[in-house]
Design a protein around this ligand. Sequence first.
Ligand SMILES: [Zn+2]
Ligand SMILES: [Zn+2]
Ligand SMILES: [Zn+2]
Ligand SMILES: [Zn+2]
Length: 522
Amino acid sequence: MSTPLTLYRPALAVGRDAQALHRATMPEFSGWLEHTASAGGCSRPIRLTGTIAAVATDTGRITSRLHTDELPDRALYKACGNRRESQCPDCAWVYQGDAYQVVRCGLTGGKGVPDSVGRHPVVFATFTAPSFGAVHRRHVPSHTCFTRQRCDCRPAPCRARSNAGTCPHGQPAACFARHDADDPQLGQPLCLDCYDHAHQVVWNYFSGELWRRTKQAIERHLAVLCRQRGIPKVRIVTASGKVRWVPPVRVSHGKVAEMQRRAAVHFHVLLRLDGVDFDDPDALVPPPAGVTVDDLEAAVHAAARQIAVTTPPHPDQQSGWVVAWGEQVDVRRINSAGGELTDSKVAAYLAKYATKATEATGHSFTRLTPATINDYADPEGDHLARLIDACWHLGRPTGADTASGAATADDRQDGLDTRFNVYAGLRRWAHMIGFGGHFLTKARRYSVTFGLLRATRTTYRRTEDNGMADTITVGTLTYVGAGWLSDGDALLANTAAQERRESRRVGREELAHEAWLIGAAA
Ligand SMILES: [Zn+2]
Ligand SMILES: [Zn+2]
Ligand SMILES: [Zn+2]
Ligand SMILES: [Zn+2]
């Protein structure tokens, strides 16, 4: 065991470059660089302190023990793991890679998913929100640009309507501008007072439930179809020993939520048709031959048209709000002859959106509180301020919680009590414009899990570190802080990480490029 190192004290009064120089000229610098490498690219790593022990896997005996006091900075650095590119570009990059693998394995097999999934019918569908009022938009009737990433094609006029006149608030009801792709007006309402901000945030808030019911309806449609075609149900025995007859097909999905510029969520969903194996209900098997990709496509369209959720009564809207999908759902096939969508493109596309939240709206916030809300919400403000205000206003404590008597005064005051008023969660998710769901979700059967990918990576890194696959590291660690000790440290660690990554990044760039091509097309 080495002797404890002196605690590094960054000179706070000096600039970043001087801090970096100070660190780099210390004798243990190369050890520090190696020590921080696993979190090197992270913007805000977590620092942990405590004891770490190496355990031999065959005997279970502790082979060595180390206290973090003996390590550089007397702490262990762990990457923050944030999936959002705007919060930590490097951790988001790792997450994006995992998301890509999760989506792709569900399409082609690999990492424990059988290769036969590559022959299951699959569609890629985009479900959007309906209109809550006219917004400025860019529509290119036919593209001539090479990549849509930097589309400079001539768009159609935004909302050309002769004799449209003005709305009751005196705003023009038409717009003849041909908006550029980066025009900040895009997604902004033509009239803020006509726009139904309340309906939009309620839609975002209930969109997860709308999706859940839509998926059920898709499976129901397919079950009916199988019955009509005489494809028999499958008799399975559940884990608890009960015998059940189930439809011979089921749908597995992988889905990402994307925040549009108008701040309504929409979903990109991969839907894969699976069969049911009577021997092993958890096995991934192809669907019966009598059900095709045409049937899957038809079932998606039918379900999207049919399903609508009526939300519970709210003091501001006794009849609740209707939450349904917007116009025609876009459904495309993957890997079909002559089609532009391949499985790697779709996987890259979904992975890209998995690292974003509200960034498309031009803002990205952290959770809002009674202390910060007034900086963001304004019923007379711009589009975003009105949406956030609608979340806060609709999520306010209402008679529902007071009548129950169970919510404490404190719960009511911070507005975060979600037990009694279904709309109360709108305050919790005000920074997400009401959307409280995950940005990437998948059915249990769809593919590998993120956990498995992370575990594989950790095992690999440890094997790489100590050269012994038969040793595992066990730690009892506590949190000491977040972030680098100085801006200079951040610079040094990030630069080193960037150099290590450069070669690996090239392959990714191609994927990102492909993703953009179809991203702009969707
Ligand atoms: Zn990070
Ligand atoms: Zn316009
Ligand atoms: Zn174009
Ligand atoms: Zn108006």
